[in-house]
Design a protein around this ligand. Structure first.
Ligand SMILES: Nc1nc2c(ncn2[C@@H]2O[C@H](COP(=O)(O)OP(=O)(O)OP(=O)(O)O)[C@@H](O)[C@H]2O)c(=O)[nH]1
Ligand SMILES: [Mg+2]
Length: 244
């Protein structure tokens, strides 16, 4: 970004991309440059001219294939720790995760994708409540969002709506990204609670809801397969769209 923090100068989103932001100066010529057969010890030298200077703002966006979103305590970091070798901090209080974390999910020898875990969002995050929404930039480049909902924490529909609202308020196309909704902590719900909450969520979202338990791994392999399918499709589309 330019000094105004609004104008984008470049988006370096592919490996190896380069841009020139400032031209270097000219070091000038030393006296050896002016040496001739008749003037073998010239007194002349030139100073050259200075290089360009400017202020720019660098903003990092993690490049992950899939991103985890949800309220604090939904089990995002637990999920990441179960499906990858990443070892994020996990605890039963909100805002355990303070920084985004990446993990590589390996489904087979040839199938893998990168998953990003970000701090939890709460209502008003787009206005700075909680840790705010500044970490959402790290899931802007994801092909799919996994929206985790704590099934054991009461009103699952309002939990889902709160996050959807924050995604929309953040902008950046986050609310148009493919979303997979997973109701987590199945092990902590009675079967009756689980099916009622799942049905309510499906009705509210108009989309299928996967029932999982990050703790017992129940439903997790199937969910990873669903995520990988979306990632694969996005990769194929990216390959077919030539860069301009
Ligand atoms: N019973 C049960 N507990 C779970 C499950 N998944 C996570 N938990 C617990 O839920 C609590 C929160 O888990 P985290 O993974 O830290 O949640 P988070 O979404 O990363 O939370 P923040 O980083 O604060 O946004 C921890 O005590 C976990 O042990 C699950 O499937 N079943
Ligand atoms: Mg966490």
């Amino acid at each position: 970004m330019d000094d105004d923090r609004v104008t984008m100068l470049a988006d370096l989103d592919k490996p190896g991309m380069r841009i020139t932001l400032c031209r270097g100066g000219d070091g000038g010529h030393g006296n050896a440059h002016y040496k001739t057969s008749t003037n073998r010890a010239p007194r002349r030298s030139d100073k050259g001219w200075p290089g360009e200077e400017r202020w720019v703002w660098l903003r990092m966006k993690l490049i992950a294939d899939a991103g985890l979103v949800g309220l604090p305590n939904a089990g995002k970091s637990t999920f990441l720790s179960v499906v990858s070798a990443a070892r994020p901090k996990i605890a039963d209080y909100p805002f355990t995760t303070l920084h985004p974390q990446l993990g590589v999910v390996r489904l087979s020898m040839t199938e893998e994708f990168v998953l990003a875990d970000i701090p939890g969002l709460i209502e008003g995050a787009h206005e700075g409540t909680g840790l705010g929404d500044r970490f959402l930039g790290h899931v802007e480049r994801c092909a799919v969002l996994l929206h985790l909902i704590d099934g054991a924490a009461g009103d699952v529909v309002s939990a889902w709506r709160t996050i959807r609202h924050e995604l929309a308020a953040y902008g950046g196309g986050l609310d148009e990204k493919p979303e997979i909704i997973a109701l987590n902590k199945n092990d902590a719900m009675t079967p009756r609670e689980a099916s009622a909450r799942r049905a309510a969520l499906q009705k509210a979202s108009g989309a299928p809801v996967v029932l999982i338990s990050a703790a017992t791994h129940q439903g997790v392999p199937e969910l990873l397969r669903m995520m990988f399918d979306v990632v694969t499709r996005a990769r194929e589309e990216a390959r077919q769209t030539p860069d301009d």
